[in-house]
Design a protein. Structure first.
Length: 232
């Protein structure tokens, strides 16, 4: 299995790695900084460089349970055993991190069940299981305050045994952790949100920056879709 460096440090922009599998337009590595599509967040893009060659990674996703770096058909790929230099498209990823962290804040403002969501560098959305009307201005102001509050964001791993020993912790979580998979990764936005999440986040809410509530759409009687945008 690929060592997932992006879960240990989401700010890694470059890294070295060794090719462990070279398939038809995809490559697997011993370790990677490329985030694979999941949890509504897109897979990373970027470049591999080795022996004077460069190849563009056009997507990253799980294939057969492990991370595959995806390339255009016909591109020259590094053979197994090659040491490659990795670089992700940081500007795009950083926007995903800002959006992703903003989504957690939005979920803490609107405390309803989340039924869906999608993140992109341009706009993101969360779907809430709710019938009430949403006052865009109130929600926007609350979101801006949480960003300006500069709350620290951290992740930690916790075992199921530790969770069982701390029912209080489980009660405070906004989303219940999956069971039967061993260790669980917890996202903790100090005093604001605590929930299992495997995504890439910022170090502090202030890095979200200029965020704005976009269209609020009524998608059925029990579903409100809230779009958000970054204004820079
Ligand atoms: Zn998250």
């Amino acid at each position: 299995m690929t060592r997932e460096l992006f879960r240990e440090d989401s700010y890694l922009k470059t890294s070295g790695a060794v090719v462990t599998e070279c398939g038809d337009a995809f490559v697997r590595l011993d370790q990677t900084i490329f985030y694979p599509l999941g949890g509504g967040q897109p897979g990373d893009t970027g470049t591999f460089t080795w022996d004077g060659e460069t190849a563009r990674v056009v997507n990253t996703r799980y294939v057969d349970g492990d991370i595959a770096h995806v390339f255009e058909e016909g591109v020259t790929l590094p053979p197994v055993g090659t040491t490659v230099e990795l670089e992700i498209d940081w500007e795009r990823r950083y926007r995903h991190m800002r959006m992703h962290t903003a989504m957690h804040l939005l979920g803490s403002v609107l405390q309803y069940g989340v039924t869906g969501g999608n993140i992109s560098a341009e706009k993101s959305r969360l779907d809430f299981d709710m019938e009430d009307a949403i006052d865009k201005e109130t929600v926007g102001t609350a979101l801006t305050e949480l960003v300006a509050g500069d709350h620290s964001v951290s992740c930690r791993w916790i075992s199921e045994e530790e969770l069982d020993a701390n029912p209080e912790l489980v009660r405070t979580m906004s989303v219940q952790p999956p069971r039967g998979k061993g260790a669980i990764r917890l996202l903790d936005i100090e005093g604001i949100d605590l929930q299992p999440c495997g995504g890439t986040h910022l170090r502090s809410t202030s890095e979200v920056g200029a965020v704005r509530i976009g269209k609020v759409e009524k998608k059925g009687r029990h579903n409100r879709r809230v779009n958000i945008h970054l204004d820079d």
